[in-house]
Write a protein that binds this ligand. Structure first.
Ligand SMILES: *Cc1c(COP(=O)(O)O)cnc(C)c1O
Length: 222
């Protein structure tokens, strides 16, 4: 058994049943991705539409595809047919563009709202105080369905210091669920990466995005 299969199986076995794993597969080769799928990975997360499209041509196994990077408006047309979920919706304009394209191909797109919980300047994501209003606005669109929230957490802090940010995101998640907005199904709270997923799960994450711990260190800095 190879290192990837070994580590991926080990991680997958160790996760609580209610937690959904998204393999953050950026920069990984076809061979690496296939091995991760053989080990039990069922969802691939990509940061770029083009990289996901290239990979999809090579992957014959049955997996789901999640967009986990910032989605540019001019990539929406290509992203919509490809992805099973877009985790990074952070504006009404972007949601509308996705909705419009979904309508054309008669697709319902599950989406997560990306929260800029660390209030970092120049970062994608919605500020916490704007999320409820945005959820209400997006809920009126016919071809996208809000399924929860996603956050990266601030990049500047140590993994251990992410806990309060995860806590805040969970509070926000519960608030939106409690608002009982029609057509909004708060099912997924996507937070936690290789060095923070255990903390994230303790704080209520039920979707985690893992790269390094499944595949090994990336050789570039992306
Ligand atoms: C790369 C990436 C991850 C996973 O990061 P690791 O530290 O390698 O586990 C999770 N989420 C997003 C959005 C990413 O780009």
């Amino acid at each position: 058994m190879t290192w990837i299969e070994d580590s991926a199986r080990h991680i997958i076995d160790s996760l609580p049943d209610h937690v959904t794993l998204v393999a953050a597969a950026k920069t990984r080769s076809v061979d690496e991705v296939r091995r991760a799928i053989d080990a039990g990975v069922k969802i691939l997360g990509y940061n770029y539409v083009q990289e996901a499209m290239t990979m999809r041509d090579s992957i014959t196994q049955d997996v789901k595809w999640h967009m986990i990077g910032h989605l540019q408006r001019n990539k929406v047309n290509r992203a919509v047919p490809l992805f099973d979920m877009i985790e990074t919706i952070d504006s009404f304009e972007l949601a509308k563009a996705v909705d419009r394209q979904c309508k054309k191909i008669n697709k319902m797109m599950p989406i997560l709202l990306e929260i800029n919980i660390g209030r970092e300047a120049q970062k994608s994501g919605i500020l916490p105080e704007n999320v409820l209003a945005l959820a209400q606005q997006i809920s009126t669109l016919q071809h996208v369905e809000i399924n929860g929230l996603m956050t990266m957490g601030p990049v500047t802090v140590e993994p251990g210091a992410l806990r309060p940010y995860f806590k805040l995101t969970k509070i926000l998640f519960d608030q939106i669920a409690a608002a009982r907005i029609p057509h909004v199904e708060m099912k997924y709270l996507s937070m936690g990466m290789s060095d923070s997923y255990e903390i994230a799960i303790e704080e209520g994450a039920n979707m985690i995005r893992l790269g390094t711990i499944l595949f090994g260190p990336r050789h570039d800095k992306s």
